[in-house]
Design a protein around this ligand. Structure first.
Ligand SMILES: Nc1ncnc2c1ncn2[C@@H]1O[C@H](COP(=O)(O)OP(=O)(O)OP(=O)(O)O)[C@@H](O)[C@H]1O
Ligand SMILES: [Mg+2]
Length: 264
């Protein structure tokens, strides 16, 4: 393994920096495994900013964001949630998959992300928290085809006026990224694996297949080659077998593509 740093192939770090300097919040839109989380981690690292992350799901409650009352030795105190904590500290708040949260949770975010950048702690003292000047918020949403995701309410979307679209990179860039995670693998074999991934992504985009492989899969393919697995076997294991869950016809389509690229 050579250099595990983030490869900023479409200048997203600069977009994040300009947004930060302008006091604007950012939303990153893109399918799974395109580097959204790594990008934000890299930005935090470069700027030496503390990162607080919330991974949204249907189970995320307001209390996760704002806080909860706790009772210790007969005294009631208030345990601040990550939203309030990050507003106070002026850290980078990463709201991952924000469009999988319930409406009441999103309403609380509306309040804090408003241009006034404040939130009233109605659950405890009623105190108004004013965000630190250095507070920065970056959210991600998966495209709407992703199961369990809903459309983000427009008023919340408007609170993130800087939008970064992160798609799968071009094949030559993907090769550079995969090479960061492997040391021995043969380059032409890596190229074939990336080509396969892209054929599958194209087929999934036009709904000929049910699943689209991400960068995680091309990286995994490279790692297996690194450990001396044959390219055909690695391709079957990483890219092919997953389609058996949709039945034999689906699997056969992919098997044929694998055979055409890697031989019998
Ligand atoms: N530009 C890049 N440079 C280096 N590594 C990358 C890059 N983009 C993606 N990766 C690697 O690909 C993998 C997936 O990236 P990451 O987890 O950041 O994607 P994501 O978009 O957040 O995925 P998800 O939507 O599933 O949360 C990670 O191992 C990450 O390190
Ligand atoms: Mg992520």
């Amino acid at each position: 393994m050579s250099d595990l740093s983030y490869l900023d192939w479409n200048n997203s770090i600069q977009t994040l920096s300009k947004a930060y300097d302008s006091g604007l919040f950012v939303i990153i839109i893109g399918p799974k495994g395109t580097g959204k989380t790594s990008l934000v981690r890299e930005f935090a690292r470069i700027n030496d900013k503390k990162l607080e992350s919330i991974n949204f799901s249907l189970r995320t409650r307001e209390s996760h964001l704002v806080g909860t009352k706790t009772l210790t030795n007969g005294t009631v105190s208030f345990d601040e949630g990550l939203l309030v904590k990050s507003m106070r500290e002026g850290s980078l708040l990463y709201l991952d998959e924000i469009n999988s949260a319930e409406a009441d949770v999103l309403l609380r975010l509306d309040e804090a992300l408003d241009d006034r950048r404040q939130i009233v702690l109605k659950e405890s003292t009623g105190e108004t928290i004013q965000a630190n000047e250095k507070w920065f918020v970056v959210a991600t949403i998966n495209p709407l085809t992703h199961s369990g995701t809903k459309e983000l309410p427009p008023q919340l979307l408007s609170r993130f006026p800087v939008r970064i679209s992160l798609e799968y990179p071009p094949e030559d860039v993907e090769l550079k990224i995969v090479k960061k995670y492997v040391s021995e693998a043969d380059e032409s074999e890596l190229v074939q694996g990336i080509k396969l991934a892209n054929l599958l992504r194209q087929a999934a985009a036009v709904e000929e297949l049910f699943y689209s492989p991400s960068l995680r899969e091309t990286i995994a393919f490279g790692k297996l080659l690194d450990n001396k697995m044959s390219p055909k076997e690695a391709a079957t294991i990483v890219f092919g077998n997953v389609y058996t869950q949709w039945g034999n016809i689906e699997y056969q389509k992919v098997k044929d593509i694998i055979t055409s690229l890697f031989g019998n």
